[in-house]
Ligand binder design. Structure first.
Ligand SMILES: [Zn+2]
Ligand SMILES: [Zn+2]
Length: 138
C-alpha cells in the first residue's frame, strides 16, 4: 500500500475526517524512522513557520483519536509518532538525549503488558523512557 493510501486508511479506521493536512502529517510520520518534533513535521510537509498552529492543532486531534502517540522529550518538549495502536505493533520504549532532546525508538525494549500497581491508584498506563547522551552529544 502506498503511504498516502495508508494515511487515508488510518484516518478512516479511527473515524477521523480526511483532510489534506492530516494526510500530509501522517505520511511524514509514517515515513519517519524516529518521533518527529512539531517543527520537523511541519517542515516535512513543506509548510512555513506561520502554519505551526495548524500543524499543532491537527497533531493534537490525531493524538486524541489515538492515531498519534505523544512522546515526552527533554524539558517540556514533545515529539510525535504513529501510535502502536495504529500500526498494530507492540508499544516500545524511547531513549531521550538530555542535552539536545533527540528522541529515538528502542525496539526490543518494549513494555511489559502488565502495568505496575500503586496502592490507592487506578493506573491507566505506563511509559518507559531511557535517558542519556546521543552519539552527537556524548
Ligand atoms: Zn544529543
Ligand atoms: Zn517510538
Amino acid at each position: 500500500m502506498k503511504t498516502d493510501e495508508q494515511a487515508r486508511q488510518l484516518l478512516k479506521d479511527f473515524h477521523l475526517r480526511v483532510t489534506p493536512t492530516r494526510i500530509s502529517l501522517l505520511v511524514a510520520l509514517l515515513k519517519s524512522r524516529r518521533p518527529m518534533s512539531l517543527d520537523s513535521a511541519a517542515e516535512a510537509c513543506g509548510w512555513q513557520a506561520g502554519d505551526r498552529a495548524t500543524v499543532f492543532r491537527n497533531l493534537q486531534a490525531l493524538a486524541e483519536a489515538g492515531v498519534v502517540r505523544v512522546v515526552r522529550s527533554a524539558g517540556r518538549r514533545e515529539v510525535y509518532e504513529i501510535s502502536s495502536g495504529a500500526t498494530k505493533q507492540v508499544k516500545h520504549a524511547h531513549v531521550v538525549c538530555t542535552e539536545c532532546g533527540r528522541v529515538e525508538c528502542v525496539d526490543g525494549a518494549e513494555q511489559s503488558g502488565k502495568a505496575a500497581s500503586v496502592e490507592g491508584w487506578k493506573v491507566t498506563g505506563q511509559e518507559v523512557t531511557l535517558w542519556g547522551l546521543c552519539p552527537t552529544c556524548g
